[in-house]
Design a protein around this ligand. Sequence first.
Ligand code: SAM
Length: 291
Amino acid sequence: MQFVIEAGIPWNALDIGGYTAGDYAENGGHDAAYDALVQAGIRAEMVLRMLNQKSTMDQAANEDYLSQPVEYSGDRLVDAEKNGVMMSWEAPLMELHAQIICSKPESSVLNIGFGMGIIDTALQALKPAKHVIVEAHPDVYKHMKEEGWDKKPGVHIVFGRWQDKMDEIRALGPYDGIFFDTFGEFYKDLDNFHQAVFATGDDADKKTPLLCQPDGVYSFFNGLGGDHKLFHDVYCHIVKADLLKLGVNTQYSQVSSDVDIDEETWKGIKRPYWMLKAYNLPTCTWAQESS
Ligand SMILES: C[S@@+](CC[C@H](N)C(=O)[O-])C[C@H]1O[C@@H](n2cnc3c(N)ncnc32)[C@H](O)[C@@H]1O
């Protein structure tokens, strides 16, 4: 494996059947080969990141998505291209995320991305004292109002991209629990959100991180590289390392994630975005609290 990697074959190449070398290594029980691929992936992504550092992100990654209609239909929310924005098979995972970020009575919680409101429904059942929801899509915002979310106890809706609403989000804080799950954004956006939540920075206004309680908990939908286990494992390492640089510990709990997925699940959806058996549910806390 080392030889193949050193020869320059990309760690993330797919064969004609859509399998990675990691799939073969894992199915054959070759743990060392699988680990070598994960390490190669981490190294390659780090180099890529350094090369791309200068590129600016003036345009929203999901500008097209935000300017086109979305449709709620039964167990799913789809965009204009029939991508699954949110699907009900994720409900058990959202329940767990809600319990993680809202474990104390009278919590103050922040959720980025309403979608089908699955996590927000689970959070409401846990009766947070304050429940801030940030949503950028006009159709989703309209749906939230139609469903009376603006009148639910403790709920404050912030309409707009989280990137443009940080002052408002900050003014409504601080928070005991934060969850992040947007659509059509890149890893860079998630990383930027982490900088906003956890970094103390030089600017006087930004010295208090959003998750300012010492026992605060943050979590995010961990769909990173969710169509191939090798890609997912590489990204789990990368996000954990990036959060650690901000003083945050990440623990992944493995949860079975394919129980509610069957042949019908992806029917009519352009691209299945989750193909893995186990979901790595992240619990992120300030490092000094948990070490
Ligand atoms: C995957 S869904 C969230 C699903 C939600 N966790 C649930 O339980 O139903 C993603 C949501 O994030 C919204 N969104 C996308 N980009 C955003 C941004 N930059 N700021 C705020 N919301 C955004 C989308 O419109 C969509 O409603």
